[in-house]
Write a protein that binds this ligand. Structure first.
Ligand SMILES: [Zn+2]
Ligand SMILES: [Zn+2]
Length: 265
């Protein structure tokens, strides 16, 4: 399985796209502005969208994607949008309400809609076209989750979603072989107060969180605001963490390669 980074910025500017990852060619994890760089035929192959929470930077491409692929997907079933019930209710009320955007859960027809909203709960393990995805706890200003994708013997690809400090996450990850951890650091340390009230991490808080993760893991920083990347990474560099920490970039590909089973012992 491969995980492709479509967007990993906290907001927009030239060259910056908000959060979205593509698992192989059929599962999106969050649907930020990065989705808009996919060719139309690739958009039409998306069968599932996993949504971490209701904030605009993570959801705004869902409705646009549904609109773009209506003709290409005319004879196929709806794209499944998976999220917490609270997140799905927010999408229905505030996005697919006929005012901000048409209700693609009933279009082009109620019998053959473009989108199906599918609730999950923290701890659920979803089976999506042969991919196993566990829903992880997150601690944000709205109901929120992260995701862990099972890479078999290669280990798990873990995405925290938007989150402040969260002991429940580390309790769960302690029982997993984490191959890649994508974790947010939305603010610099001089904005730690803002990070605290908006339930995000700053480098100092990241340092505290990563102390709960054993070993030396590939850690990828996401959700840095445009223009802040060098400053945030410099502060992270001073943490002296044992993990291999780098800033995520658009176009990065993370591979989870199952070790081949041996035919002969
Ligand atoms: Zn958020
Ligand atoms: Zn966000």
């Amino acid at each position: 399985m491969i995980v492709q980074v479509l967007g990993c910025s906290g907001s927009i500017a030239a060259g910056c796209r908000t959060t979205s990852f593509l698992l192989d060619d059929d599962v999106l994890v969050d649907a930020g502005t990065g989705v808009g760089d996919m060719p139309l035929d690739a958009l039409a192959r998306v069968e599932h969208i996993l949504i971490s929470h209701s904030h605009l930077d993570h959801i705004l491409s869902i409705g646009l994607l549904a609109d773009s692929v209506m003709r290409e997907r005319a004879t196929r079933g709806p794209i499944q949008v998976h999220a917490l019930p609270e997140t799905l209710a927010a999408l229905r009320t505030h996005i697919f309400n006929g005012v901000i955007w048409p209700d693609f859960t009933r279009l082009p027809s109620a019998e053959h809609p473009m989108l199906a909203l599918v609730p999950f709960a923290v701890g659920d393990v979803l089976e999506l076209n042969g991919k196993r995805v566990e829903v992880l706890d997150a601690s944000h200003t709205v109901p929120a989750v992260g995701f862990a994708v099972d890479g078999g013997t290669a280990g798990w690809w873990v995405y925290t979603g938007d989150t402040g400090p969260n002991p429940a996450l580390w309790e769960r990850l302690a029982k997993m072989k984490v191959a890649h951890l994508v974790i947010e650091t939305a603010f610099r340390d001089d904005e730690r107060q803002l990070a605290r009230i908006s339930r995000h991490l700053c480098p100092a808080a990241l340092g505290h969180e990563l102390q709960h993760l054993g070993g030396s893991v590939d850690v990828h920083i996401t959700h840095i605001k445009p223009g802040e990347r060098a400053a945030v990474m410099a502060e992270i560099g001073k943490l002296g963490s044992l993990h291999k920490i780098r800033a995520l970039e658009i176009g990065d590909v993370m591979r989870l390669v199952d070790e081949p089973k041996r035919a002969y012992a």
